[in-house]
Each structure stands twice: as C-alpha cells, then as structure tokens.
Ligand binder design. Structure first.
Ligand code: 4NP
Length: 146
C-alpha cells in the first residue's frame, strides 16, 4: 500500500500528515507533495516542525516536492487536505486513470470538517496536528479494513 499526502506548499499540512501517519502505520509506504512548486527542496516550516516535535513527531528528514502526473501511477491512494488540493490533483489526472483520490477529513467524518485548515495562515499548528492525528487514525482503520 502506497499513500501520498498532498497540500498546497508541502511544508505544513501534508508533511505533518506524512510524519504522523508513518509513525502510526509503518507498514504503509508514505510520501507527500505540494500542488505548488514554491518550496521545492525545503524542509517543513519551522513552527510546524516545532509543534510536531513537541508531540514526538519528527519531520526534519522531509523535503518539499511538487505533485507530478506520475504520482497517479506511483500511489494507490492520494489524499488532499482541502477541496482546492483535490481540484488541482484532478486537473492532472491522465485519461483513464482510476487512482483513488480522497479528502483527508473524510476519514474523520465525525469532526464535521471538510478540510484541514492551513496553519500557515491560521497559525494554529496544534489544532492542525490534532485534526491530522484524528484523520490519520481513521485512515489507518480504513486501510486495515481493506
Ligand atoms: P501547506 O501550507 O499547503 O499546508 O504546506 C502553505 C505553506 C506555504 C504557502 C501556502 C500554504 N505559501 O504560500 O508559501
């Protein structure tokens, strides 16, 4: 099983999702990417890394990259953090490709939320991590259930 987490910049939400989920489900292959290329090669945003490390999630080895059309072949499941991410992913889907693309919050439907709010703008890094952990637990359950 290979799962790709996608956000806009690949320095806040998707690397956090990757970091949380790889600790939770080490048997699953994970990666993350951004639909924008602004931060390619950079580690996750400092305040995001600090908030994650405070709960023992180490993001320091991750580096940003841009989502590419080949990702539809490389991954079994592509997970976006908000509706804009999903639209940007779908715009690149090759004709005939059927790779599963889902919203992360759909794995935490009891949260009542339909996106992971971007902490780069909200500055609520802990709130984002709380939601990401909740969604990650739902994803782990969904994968285990097949
Ligand atoms: P992310 O947050 O999509 O969760 O990585 C952002 C980080 C940086 C920017 C936008 C969103 N930016 O405009 O640089």
């Amino acid at each position: 099983m290979r799962v790709l987490f996608v956000c806009l910049g690949n320095i806040c939400r998707s690397p956090s999702a990757e970091g949380v989920f790889r600790d939770m489900a080490p048997e699953v292959e994970t990666d993350s990417a951004g639909t924008a290329g602004w931060h390619v090669g950079k580690p996750p945003y400092g305040p995001m890394q600090a908030a994650a490390l405070a709960r023992d999630v180490d993001l320091s080895d991750l580096r940003a990259r841009q989502f590419v059309v080949e990702d539809f072949e490389r991954f079994d499941l592509i997970i976006g953090m908000d509706a804009e991410n999903i639209a940007n992913i779908e715009a690149l889907r090759p004709n005939g490709n059927t790779t599963d693309v889902q919203l992360f919050t759909d794995y935490a439907s009891d949260s009542g939320l339909s996106e992971v709010p971007d902490p780069y703008y909200t500055r609520d890094f802990d709130g984002a991590l709380d939601l990401i952990e909740h969604c990650a637990r739902g994803l782990r359950t969904a994968i285990a259930a097949g």
